[in-house]
Design a protein around this ligand. Structure first.
Ligand SMILES: [Cu+2]
Length: 508
């Protein structure tokens, strides 16, 4: 009676610990994200409606109560306790003390094998049903995408067959041929025929898969070289955090560009002489201003900062005091000075490099052609259905990756290293809208985590007829076309403005 009481007490205590732990964990861990409800809605995976913000509903009292004991976590905790108990081999000690076997480990293991097999298969089939549609797609909007999709499907089907077969054999044999008292295991060391079979079949299958992959890869990578005749092209320029599209203007030639030419008014760094001259002037003025700051750093500038600090102190603006104090520290410990010197050096180098281009007659002539002046810069990409198009990629700052999921295309966008991708769109935006919904649109996304606003780095892609693309291009602006006509006025204004700003900066 005494032992029975003790055991009951122990079990009750264990249950209390388990429930407390489960309740605590379900409060701490939010598992609502594991729900698959949102996947059933049959929403398009990409487009304007993706990642729609769902405010959800306020928790009702019943819901709150239900979430107090989270059954998934409860089962997890129980399993953990079992594992720990097993690890500490509690049953062995009880067996030693009581003198009889309490748990038959062989039986436990054998049934666990079977349960694991069944639960595992249910899990895999569940995955296929709920997420399979995102993997086994056959709705590609590009020519090569059809091959790409079918390769993916064939690989998944073949590996699934092998997976189900081997897992079934592995766990079923563990269940069927578990240890039995008095029964000896069969020693079966080698079988040539079996070895041959399971070497030869995978070798053949893998060779076929790899060869087909190589063929498809070749057709994608050499699409441009293999095509005779004209290919449409668009330049896609990446920066933190967005994209810009550039098209050749009336002349049909895309002008030269260089990162050294990038300025506030020339974001893509096109080789437009007037713009580059303006940039040179700006850089020279900035150097003068920086040098002025260096001269006055420990006198007027430090005094000014001290006065600012005193003023902020007067009104007890602690936030402002803190930021001013940081600036004062930077002046005193020399950080500001080295920053300024570095900045001056950088600008001098940039001027030097630009002049090297301008002063070399040959390079100058090949760089500053009139081609860049009529180039069109757009906030959308329009491409013609059923024609090959080459996307030429350039990056302003860091590595991005241009991803066109509907066209099964992706290419790294690397600063200083132009990359490209050629493909043939086969489904117009209108057709894709009819297939999905009116909200649908193609997008080019950044697929390389490149900073805080990476998630929002995308540009709309429109597939339409060549005539529609041409009509759209007519509505787009060539920013340097208009400017060249009024350049002197704008240039003077801009220089005056820079001058004023610099004076203000220098005085600070
Ligand atoms: Cu990016």
């Amino acid at each position: 009676m005494n032992t029975f009481f003790k055991n009951t007490l122990k079990i009750a205590l264990a249950l209390v610990i388990v429930f407390t732990a489960a309740s605590f964990m379900s409060d701490v861990i939010d598992i609502s994200g594991l729900s698959v409800e949102h996947l059933k809605a049959d929403k398009p995976m990409f487009g304007t409606a993706e990642y729609a913000y769902d405010p959800g509903q306020a928790d009702t009292p019943e819901k709150t109560l239900a979430s107090k004991v989270n059954w998934t976590i409860l089962i997890f905790v129980i399993l953990m306790v079992l594992v720990l108990a097993n690890a500490m081999d509690i049953s062995k000690y009880t067996a030693k003390i009581t003198g009889r076997e309490t748990v038959n480990q062989t039986n436990v293991n054998k049934w666990m094998m079977l349960i694991f097999l069944i639960l595992g298969f249910i899990g895999v089939i569940w995955e296929y049903i709920y997420h399979g549609k995102f993997i086994l797609m056959n709705n590609s909007s590009s020519e090569h995408g059809v091959d790409y999709d079918s390769m993916f499907s064939i690989t998944l089907i073949l590996t699934s067959i092998v997976f189900f077969m081997t897992q079934f054999l592995l766990f079923m044999f563990s269940f069927m041929y578990a240890h039995k008292e008095g029964k000896k295991a069969l020693y079966y060391a080698h079988n040539n025929r079996l070895e041959l079979l399971w070497t030869f079949i995978p070798a053949v299958v893998l060779t076929i898969l790899v060869l087909r992959g190589h063929q498809t890869w070749k057709s994608v990578v050499y699409a441009e070289e293999n095509h005779k005749g004209k290919i449409n092209s668009v330049e896609v320029f990446a920066y933190q955090f967005g994209w810009k599209a550039r098209y050749a203007g009336e002349d049909g030639i895309m002008g030269m560009s260089d990162y050294k030419f990038i300025s506030g008014t020339n974001e893509l760094g096109l080789a437009v002489k007037s713009e580059v001259d303006m940039l040179l002037e700006e850089l020279k003025l900035q150097i003068i201003a920086d040098e002025e700051t260096v001269k006055n750093l420990n006198t007027t500038i430090l005094d000014g900062l001290m006065a600012d600090f005193a003023a902020a102190d007067g009104v007890k603006n602690y936030k402002s005091m803190e930021s001013i104090q940081k600036k004062i520290d930077a002046v005193k410990n020399g950080d500001r000075l080295s920053d300024l010197k570095e900045s001056i050096e950088r600008k001098k180098k940039q001027i030097e490099r630009i002049l090297a281009i301008q002063n070399d007659e040959k390079i100058f002539a090949s760089t500053f052609t009139p081609a860049a002046i009529d180039d069109i810069i757009a906030q959308e990409i329009h491409i013609a259905k059923d024609s090959l198009v080459t996307f030429n990629f350039r990056s302003k700052d860091i590595i991005h990756s241009a991803w066109l999921p509907h066209f099964r295309a992706q290419m790294n966008v690397v600063p200083g290293m132009p990359t490209k991708f050629t493909f043939r769109p086969t489904k117009s935006t209108a057709e894709a809208k009819a297939e999905n919904d009116e909200e649908f649109d193609y997008y080019l996304y950044c697929n390389k985590i490149c900073g805080v606003s990476h998630y929002n780095m995308k540009i709309k892609v429109v597939v339409e007829s060549q005539a529609e693309v041409d009509a759209w291009l007519k509505t787009q602006s060539s920013p340097f076309m208009k400017k060249t006509e009024v350049v002197p006025a704008i240039m003077n204004d801009s220089l005056q403005m820079t001058n004023d700003t610099l004076k203000r900066v220098a005085l600070r």
